[in-house]
Design a protein around this ligand. Structure first.
Ligand SMILES: [Zn+2]
Length: 68
């Protein structure tokens, strides 16, 4: 079956009976992402994760003892 990547509009062919195709048919919310976008997104997620962890160390306490 044809699946279209919503990010880069690449149309791929996947096996109609493959587990992925079944998932896509059963769950409408499940989006197909082409391999390159999958990679890009997981890369971004990892980076964001790294940034988030970094922030934890940099963040100052927001509590101001003079403002109640
Ligand atoms: Zn894509």
């Amino acid at each position: 079956m044809d699946v279209k990547c919503p990010i880069c509009d690449t149309v791929d062919q996947i096996d109609y009976d493959s587990p992925l195709a079944k998932r896509l048919r059963n769950r409408r919310k499940h989006l197909y992402l082409c391999p390159s976008c999958t990679e890009r997104i997981s890369e971004k997620t990892k980076k964001r994760h790294a940034t988030g962890l970094f922030k934890l160390y940099q963040e100052q306490k927001e509590d101001d003892p003079y403002i109640k």
